[in-house]
Design a protein around this ligand. Structure first.
Ligand code: G3I
Length: 323
């Protein structure tokens, strides 16, 4: 990858503003991260920003079940290997995402009807991925989005056939395959008090009581402008389980109007300060680099760089929280 003069000039303010990953580390945290994948690491300007401001990468899609085991026992790792190699080449952490999730799940898994078969399939999938990247993954999102909004367990194929024990099976297999990796349960809408947050706290309590090897709770933090005020308190509620916590997929849906972008900047600052304020919060990951590549539409302008890779007020908000 060549850095063009254009890229260099565009990024020059970094020299003044400094680097978000370096700044959050100076505050005692482990990383400021981003979602990434071959689509971004192979785009020069994304790669430049990923290496200037971010210290950890989460594969946005390449480690999911449909990408890695599209048919039973037939594994494909081209894209996930590329992401891990990029991180290794630049000395960055990786958050593995995700081992057991009802979404982006191949139909051969969702059509399983035997509990014994599903147990073997989960164990083989988890063991194969975690072993492949042993020593190269800081933390795994072992189970993703297993809760309903009322805090009960989602009716996935995993829960229907195995009850809550599918979580135990997945975490135990992950721990056995890489004892050093931090093992997380990850979910969205854990940004405020309510049934889902209470359900997560209760679930973690049951998992710990059963001796399930779990290290952390990931709160995705896909929010909209104006909704950051409850996050610090909720992070502390999650941390009171005794586990680490991490903000794993941060984006703040907005609009491109300058008023909404100003509100978004303030909200990003509030979220960044929330992690700083909670000692068990290990780091923050934003769900992508620029509004150009976000899973949300560019019209929602949810990230720190705009569609032309110019830093937004949102960037300044995070930067000021760390300064
Ligand atoms: O890979 C196919 C490609 O072959 C095809 O040409 C193209 C046509 O649409 O689709 C591609 O798959 C897309 C995939 O992203 C890879 O780009 C899917 O359609 C699309 O649905 C998928 O979206 C991802 C989404 O998860 C799926 O649930 C987003 O990129 C990704 O950002 C998003 O991430 C999730 C987290 O994993 C979990 N938490 C919520 C978060 C946001 O939804």
């Amino acid at each position: 990858m060549k850095t063009t003069l254009f890229t260099t000039l565009l990024l020059a303010p970094n020299l003044v503003l400094g680097l978000l990953d370096a700044k959050i580390k100076a505050k005692g945290k482990k990383y400021f991260g981003s979602a990434a994948d071959p689509g971004t690491i192979n785009t020069a300007i994304d790669a430049t920003i990923l290496t200037s401001d971010f210290g950890a990468y989460t594969p946005e899609n390449s480690m999911k079940w449909d990408a890695t085991e599209p048919s039973r026992g037939a594994f494909t790792f081209t894209n996930s290997d590329a992401l891990v190699a990029f991180a290794q080449a630049h000395g960055r952490l990786v958050r593995g995402h995700t081992l057991v999730w009802h979404n982006q799940l191949p139909s051969w898994v969702s059509s399983i009807t035997s509990a014994a078969t599903l147990t073997t399939v989960i164990q083989n999938h988890v063991t194969t991925l975690v072993s492949r990247y042993k020593g190269k993954i800081y933390a795994w999102d072992v189970v993703n989005e297993c809760l309903n909004e009322d805090g009960s367990l989602r009716s996935s194929v995993f829960f229907r056939l195995l009850g809550e024990s599918f979580i135990d099976i997945a975490f135990k297999a992950a721990r056995a395959a890489d004892p050093a990796a931090k093992l997380y349960i990850n979910d969205f809408n854990l940004d405020r008090p309510g049934s889902k947050t209470s359900g997560m706290v209760a679930l973690v309590g049951r998992l710990k009581a059963r001796g399930v090897p779990i290290d952390g709770i990931g709160t995705q933090t896909h929010i909209s402008i104006g909704n950051a005020g409850t996050i610090a308190g909720n992070l502390q509620t999650l941390a009171n389980t005794g586990l680490d916590v991490a903000i794993t997929e941060l984006d703040i849906a907005s609009s491109t109007s300058s008023a909404d972008q100003a509100q978004q900047s303030s909200d990003y600052k509030t979220v960044a300060k929330a992690c700083l304020a909670v000692s068990r919060c290990v780091g923050i990951t934003t769900w992508g680099v620029s509004d150009k590549d976000s899973w949300l539409t560019a019209a929602k302008a949810p990230l720190l760089w705009d569609t032309n890779f110019v830093r937004k007020p949102a960037y300044t908000g995070v930067d000021s929280a760390f300064s």
